[in-house]
Design a binder for this molecule. Structure first.
Ligand code: GAP
Length: 533
């Protein structure tokens, strides 16, 4: 039997209590869809971003070769949040980055059309098809109301109760499956009366702003909804100024903004968030192999950071789910994590898409600048799949990860409850990402112990302070100090006690097992070097 889902309320409370994540503008009542990171959260996020940077940019895949045996080459860029507005016309975001929305005239709430479902009587379900003529159904069921809801919100249970009273046995159908003739009988998720939902309307998710002081229509620009386009737009400059050639990747991390209609589930769906994206350019004939390679490599990376295998899954997109840029080609796969709010289902952590030459082609057309790749070395059939003298638009494999979603997955996976401990809730974060790397304590704040502990603390800081926080704490009972470190996810605590001055040993306490062992006090740095990987 699988364990019950972890409590999101408890995880959010720990995040607040220990300074991982705060509501943005909290003292003003907060602002929906925006989150700030506190001291521990900022460092955790930085550690995750640094791990990605190290494994993607500085030492790509730790030297693991690509699918054709060659080293994987990736170069970084750092492009602007605001790009020329034509970038977003070329990318398809102006025309296509829309969610159809329905408004409720009564509650004034706005819902994503594809998120709204309706309880209908089971006997009537076969009759409820978009092409059904509504009145035919009304003749047989006396025109009783249908109750709409949004999954995972309070409306789900509230509307179910009312629907059961009205209809007995229920079946759930999508609002989009309910014929328009029956909409006057639908009660919105947060409404009391029927007929309050409007027709679905498109709503663009990009945040608009103005560039310059006049703020006229001509000055309109957008905050980027993805970091990807900056990399496509600079493709030619990167090629011309570095020694990379196809196949190679461009990578960057940075903020993205989406005016999400229903931000929810803590930081999972935010309006401001950070992405870690790779655009990997390859010859079209090798795209399928690179796609499979990146899909599997990225999945293994998330596991290497401590996410449990049973909470991760790879899911290939169905044909009708593919984004506009990935309709052709090898497909798209999502790396999904079982978040407590999706349990037993999964939510997207990273998408790996074969974008074909969609973006380069679009930017070439819109900018009227040639973006083709030409291999000057010539040759018959080159190892990169191109033929002698071939000019072509490379295909792109895009592994696109959410940094904030990554942090949330790490926190949810690490959250552990053990009522027998002084810290009944604590975080089993992998040492590589843990914001506090180690803590040093004198057992009591006297008898020469603080001096010895401070010396060890200084040595540890010298070696490890650039990787995260090193804590020194001399106050309170030792049990409370351990508990505090456990909650912050600190993997190792070293304690100087009465024996230290006699036998030059300290205790090291392991967060996950709560077990202690004695090691030589001059081996603390060595111990951490071996264990903080
Ligand atoms: N360039 C492709 C792209 O942006 P996406 O699937 O829309 O693809 C990539 O986004 C990743 O960004 C997602 O897998 C997710 O981790 C993260 N992401 C997307 N929307 C988000 C949101 N509203 N809040 C937090 N993270 C988000």
């Amino acid at each position: 039997m699988s364990a019950p889902p972890k409590s999101m309320e408890k995880i959010m409370a720990l995040c607040k209590r220990r300074g991982f994540i705060f509501q943005a503008s909290e003292i003003y009542g907060g602002i929906n869809g925006f989150w700030d990171y506190g001291p521990l959260g900022a460092q955790l996020k930085r550690n995750l971003r640094d791990a990605w940077w190290e494994d993607v940019v500085l030492n790509p895949l730790g030297g693991k070769p690509g699918p054709f045996g060659e080293p994987v080459r990736i170069v970084p860029v750092d492009t602007c949040i605001i790009q020329h507005p034509r970038v977003w016309e070329a990318s398809g975001h102006v025309a296509g980055f829309n969610d159809p929305m329905v408004d409720c005239r009564e509650s004034k709430a706005r819902y994503r059309y594809d998120h709204v479902s309706v309880y209908v009587p089971t006997w009537a379900a076969p009759l409820i098809k978009p092409e059904t003529v509504g009145p035919k159904l009304s003749d047989t069921d006396e025109g009783k109301p249908f109750f709409a809801f949004v999954s995972d919100t309070p409306s789900e249970a509230k509307q179910k109760k009312k629907a059961e009273k009205a209809h007995g046995e229920l079946t759930v159908v999508a609002l989009s499956a309910v014929p328009k003739a029956l909409w006057p009988r639908v009660v919105g998720p947060d409404a009391e009366k029927t007929g309050s939902l409007t027709e679905p309307r498109a709503f663009n998710l990009m945040f608009k702003t103005y560039v310059g002081a006049t703020a006229t229509e001509d000055d309109e620009a957008y905050l980027r909804p993805e970091t990807a386009q900056g990399m496509f737009v600079q493709f030619k400059n990167v090629l011309d100024t570095t020694r990379v050639g196809v196949p190679f990747g461009i990578a960057q991390t940075g903020k993205a903004f989406r005016n999400e209609v229903t931000p929810r589930n803590f930081t999972f769906r935010s309006r401001e968030f950070e992405q870690m994206e790779i655009e990997f350019f390859c010859h079209p004939s090798q795209a399928a192999e690179w796609y499979a390679f990146w899909r599997d490599t990225r999945m293994a990376w998330w596991e290497s950071l401590g996410l449990s295998r049973e909470n991760l899954q790879l899911r290939a997109h169905d044909k009708d789910e593919l984004a506009h840029y990935a309709k052709e080609g090898a497909g798209t796969s999502d790396i999904e994590f079982r978040f407590p709010f999706t349990d037993p289902g999964f939510g997207e952590l990273e998408g790996i898409a074969h974008r074909s030459d969609f973006d380069l082609k679009q930017h070439q057309t819109f900018s009227k600048k040639k973006l083709e790749y030409f291999d000057p070395d010539g040759g018959e059939l080159l190892p990169n799949g191109a033929h002698k003298g071939e000019r072509y638009l490379p295909h792109v494999i895009e592994p696109s990860a959410g940094l904030d979603r990554g942090v949330l997955a790490l926190l949810c996976d690490a959250f552990t409850e053990d009522p027998s401990r002084a810290s009944p809730e604590f975080l089993k974060l992998a040492p590589r990402v843990a914001p506090i790397k180690a803590a040093v304590f004198p057992l009591v704040n006297k008898e020469g112990m603080p001096e010895l502990a401070e010396k060890i603390y200084g040595e540890v800081c010298k070696q490890f302070a650039k990787t995260g926080f090193i804590e020194y704490d001399a106050k309170g009972t030792i049990g409370k100090r351990y508990a505090r470190m456990d909650e912050g996810g600190c993997p190792y605590c070293f304690t100087v006690d009465g024996d230290t001055s006699k036998d030059q040993t300290v205790t090291v306490r392991n967060r996950d097992t709560a077990q202690q062992e004695r090691i030589a006090s001059d081996q603390v740095v060595r111990y951490l070097a071996d264990h903080l990987r």
